[in-house]
Design a binder for this molecule. Structure first.
Ligand code: PLP
Length: 356
């Protein structure tokens, strides 16, 4: 484990704020960033010099290994504000554990817990005006780590930078999406890095997704790489199928990202008395269920969009339009999660983390 220093975070405040230039009613996802960012470097075998500074471009050598070998991992989480101005994170300990799991897989040194939380909380307090109250408003938080060592030999770097940047967001991906079940391309394989939030997992999806988009499908539901017979995840979201009144979602494995929203939905289903099977889901059974009318809903679950309904899917040239279901599970889970996140309902499982 990396050595933990308890030295305080250095803070360099921004002289001016960009906040008055931002139209909070018309935000595009991930385009605008707050006034500050958190930075911490790994050098001489330890994470050191944690600081907060004005959001600004980086100066990195072109030989930095991240540019050549993609040694980069990230997280995605959100801060919420209630009507009293209190700020909350949602299960941030899960993101902390996961960024280190991802880092370990990419031979990146573990980031200390105290820096992760102190850095994030100090940053959120400085930029608190950027978090708007109201259900649907949030501040998207992007922690990430990149290999900065200027040396292009193909081996793990000896220098890294951990950073946190924040972007105000409205609930993202609200319109239902049309999806394609993958038949040829794969996003991850057994023994690979699919379970990690590795930057390269996204790069690998862009081309097949652009082909799907040309056919009118916004996203791909990835299937297992060896047979393409089992449905796994959407690549930015985990996926749930409702057959009759029962939910089904794929089990975690080394090809699937262990989503915080997914595990929260599974818990909420249990709380609500909705049966949820965690098991392999075959393309065949979902097509059969669509044909016999028992397939009621498909939805994705992830921090950015919370819950995203699927309105149609395509596989082997067949297109299936999903029925419109009143009182659907997707809306129920979305509302339940958002109410917990915004301190509007009881937090039975202790998921809210207040920033004091
Ligand atoms: C981030 C991500 C998800 C969703 O995870 P959450 O923790 O719920 O935000 C799902 N799949 C992939 C590949 C992801 O990168």
């Amino acid at each position: 484990m990396a050595e933990i220093q308890t030295k305080k975070i250095t803070i360099e405040k921004s002289q001016t704020s960009k906040i008055n230039d931002v139209d909070f009613e018309n935000l595009m996802f991930g385009r605008v960033f707050t006034d500050h960012m958190f930075v911490c470097d790994f050098e001489d075998g330890k994470w050191q010099n944690p600081k907060i500074m004005p959001y600004q471009p980086l100066t990195i050598e072109p030989s930095a290994r991240v540019f050549h070998y993609g040694q980069a991992v990230f997280e995605g989480m959100k801060a919420y504000k209630d009507e009293n101005g209190q700020i909350f994170l949602f299960r941030p300990d899960e993101n902390y554990k996961r960024i280190n799991k991802s880092a370990a897989r990419l031979a990146i040194p573990e980031f200390p817990e105290s820096y992760f939380f102190e850095g994030m909380e100090t940053l959120l307090k400085l930029d608190r005006e950027w978090i708007k109250p109201g259900v649907g408003n949030s501040l998207y938080i992007r922690p990430f780590v990149i290999a900065t060592e200027p040396a292009i030999s193909a081996s793990p770097a000896e220098a890294y930078r951990f950073m946190i940047i924040c972007s105000p967001a409205k609930a993202y991906y609200n319109a239902p999406v049309r999806v394609l079940f993958a038949e040829k391309f794969s996003r991850s394989a057994d023994g690979g890095v699919g379970f990690a939030k590795a930057a390269g997992n996204y790069a690998a999806q862009f081309y097949p997704t652009s082909l799907a988009q040309k056919k009118g499908f916004q996203q791909i539901i990835w299937t297992d790489a060896s047979t393409h017979e089992y449905l796994e995840e959407a690549g930015t979201m985990n996926i749930f199928f409702r057959v009759g009144d029962k939910l089904i979602t794929a089990p975690n494995n080394d090809r699937i990202l262990d989503g915080v929203t997914r595990k929260s939905v599974i818990q909420l289903a249990e709380d609500l008395g909705i049966e949820c099977e965690v098991r392999r889901v075959s393309v065949k059974e979902i097509k059969a269920a669509a044909k016999n009318g028992s397939l009621k809903e498909i939805f994705g679950a992830g921090t950015a969009a919370v819950i995203s309904q699927v309105s149609a899917f395509e596989h082997a040239g067949e297109v299936f339009e999903m029925p419109e279901i009143e009182n659907n599970y997707a809306s129920l889970f979305k509302k339940s999660l958002m109410h917990i996140q915004h301190n509007l309902s009881e937090d039975k499982h202790g998921w809210r983390h207040e920033i004091k």
